[in-house]
Design a protein around this ligand. Structure first.
Ligand code: NAP
Length: 540
């Protein structure tokens, strides 16, 4: 990996105004700045509103969090309001709309002074360029008529000549938004590094699911990845400008890397041993067919982007550093942050309080990013503190409320592989605190009466957590048990799926044992008072 400035070399300039566009064909800066709030005031609105499109998407979802934190009034335009409801603070508005549908935009843009455009149609098949053109034109005209003072758009980096259809389309969207006459800040970025970003998830799938890093020639093209935090900071800075600007800003991290280097760095950070094979036969056309198979969630978008891999996506002109702080994050740091943020997000989640939607049983559980999640639920008649007692006493001499032969065998296997086995027991038979060892588990989080989260320390190809949550219902108490497995590459996935029937049986029995112990007020397993059990699955 190399620092970007030397690699970009003589071609790179620090000309901050080089890409600014004259405002001659459009409303002047002063006019735009003065008129939009005035119009908002005419309509009797206290504070101008920021419209966010794409809030259900990856970048938009993160921009939304940041805007909410700043306390400004935000309105989200979405085709799928149900994807946003339930995870928004009360003061954030949700408007159902489609950027291709002019009439839905009139309502959404009322009282708006700044609009953030984070929409693309790349998952929609081969006509995505035409859809994105129509969407940008329609949105631009509607924004202009509504008196919007500033549009902020995130597009793609790349030298204008010989651009792939995907990158050309991203830049054309910026042009069409500017043509509307509304001053537009177009930020151009290469790969955005963050868990959930389509480009990052593609790198992840290729490394996690294949035994070797497949490196056709086009993976030697240079890119300048940027962390999601720096992208969000740049978008929010653009939305916070005191006066409207019509400008293109190229943003990137501190290093330029090839896609092959990016894959190698990902493998290194995840501790995956991966050789590399050159694959001249793997043309972009073949890759387009393979990617949706490797990563069903992001593969269609990745397939649309794959042609773009022949274009270098590095920063040629730095934006005005007075307005936009320079990037500080290199590829390794951005990737480490992304992986750590994902761990934090999972560690904080309460599976029983998530937007629960019952789903048909799915072998292996639901897949979130690279993790497999299985939740089970039982209802017991005892109050929460009693339901929690057998959970708090789990392990050590108290046992695991299920097939003790299985746990002994697992402990032996762990010892054979150099692990700790079951011999650690527990520090205290009744009480737990964070950091305690319980056999081959470690307490990561404990909220007495409510939650216990254990991280497995046994030898296995991946990381496993076991979480219990106790919640009060109208007449019963719910005990939810969730296993979360983060497989280490394809070996970890194979391990999970092969052992899934056994794990399902063992963990199911464990929950039943806990429910019996809770219902009988005893802290040792008993067969008497099992209530009910069903497996539930969650959507994000
Ligand atoms: N992720 C990256 O690595 C990356 C890198 C460089 C630039 N960018 C740019 O960042 C922007 C956002 O990308 P992303 O990664 O956040 O994409 P994403 O996760 O796929 O989200 C796309 C969003 O667009 C919305 N959308 C699509 N068509 C729409 C329509 N007709 N009307 C209303 N909303 C519509 C989707 O909403 P629904 O919920 O209604 O489907 C979704 O919220 C794009 O312009 C992209 O080019 C991304």
């Amino acid at each position: 990996m190399s620092a970007c400035s030397p690699r970009a070399g003589g071609r790179s300039t620090t000309d901050s105004s080089g890409l600014s566009r004259p405002l001659s064909r459009r409303r002047s800066v002063g006019e735009g700045a003065a008129s939009a709030p005035a119009r908002s005031a005419d309509r009797g609105l206290a504070q101008p509103v920021t419209l966010l499109t794409g809030a259900s998407g990856y970048v938009g979802g993160r921009v939304l969090r940041e805007l909410e934190r700043s306390g400004r009034p935000v309105r989200c335009l979405t085709r799928r309001p149900e994807a946003l409801r339930g995870r928004m603070p009360a003061h954030t508005e949700i408007v159902t709309g489609d950027v291709l549908d002019r009439s839905s935009l009139t309502n959404a843009l009322r009282g708006v002074d700044k609009a953030c455009y984070l929409v693309h149609s790349m998952g929609r098949g081969s006509d995505f360029e035409e859809l994105d053109r129509r969407a940008a034109r329609t949105f631009g005209i509607a924004a202009s008529e509504a008196g919007v003072a500033q549009i902020v758009y995130l597009g793609g980096l790349g030298d204008a000549s010989h651009l792939s259809p995907h990158l050309a389309s991203r830049q054309q969207v910026g042009e069409l938004l500017r043509e509307s006459g509304v001053p537009t800040v177009e930020l151009r970025a290469s790969i955005v590094i963050g868990a959930g970003s389509a480009s990052f998830e593609t790198v992840r799938s290729l490394v996690e699911r294949l035994p070797v890093i497949v490196a056709p020639r086009w993976t030697e093209t240079l890119a300048q990845p940027v962390s999601i935090d720096e992208v969000v900071a740049a978008l929010v800075a653009a939305l916070s400008l005191a006066a409207p600007l019509d400008v293109i800003w190229e943003i990137g991290g501190t290093e330029c890397v090839t896609y092959a280097e990016l894959m190698r760095e990902y493998a290194r950070q995840r501790g995956l041993r991966r050789g590399q094979v050159r694959a001249p036969f793997l043309t972009p056309t073949v890759a387009r067919l393979l990617l949706p198979l490797l990563d069903p969630a992001h593969g269609r978008i990745a397939a649309a982007m794959v042609d773009g891999l022949r274009n270098e996506t590095v920063v040629r002109r730095r934006p005005d550093l007075e307005i936009l702080p320079p990037p500080t994050c290199g590829v390794s740091a951005a990737m480490a942050q992304a992986l750590a943020a994902e761990d934090r997000e999972f560690a904080q989640r309460r599976w029983c309080e998530a937007n629960a939607a019952e789903r048909p049983d799915r072998f292996g559980g639901l897949v979130f990013g690279r993790r497999m999640v299985v939740s089970r639920l039982v209802r017991v008649g005892s109050p929460p503190h009693e339901a929690f007692r057998p959970i708090e006493r789990i392990g050590g001499d108290n046992g695991w409320y299920s097939a003790s032969w299985f746990w002994s065998l697992r402990g032996c296997l762990d010892r054979v592989r150099g692990g700790r086995g079951l011999r650690r027991g527990r520090r205290d038979p009744d009480r737990l605190r964070v950091g305690d060892a319980i056999d081959f588990w470690r307490v990561e989080r404990v909220e007495p009466g409510r939650l216990l989260r254990l991280a497995a320390e046994m030898k296995m190809p991946g990381r496993l957590w076991l979480q219990f949550e106790v919640a009060t219902g109208s007449r019963t108490t719910t005990v939810c048990q969730t296993t979360i497995f983060d497989p280490a590459g394809y070996v970890g996935r194979a391990y999970w799926y092969v052992l899934y029937p056994v794990h399902r049986w063992v963990f199911g029995r464990m929950l039943r044992g806990i429910s019996r112990a809770a219902a009988s007020g005893r802290t040792r397993p008993t067969r008497k008072t099992f209530v009910s059990e069903r497996e539930i699955y969650y959507t994000m």
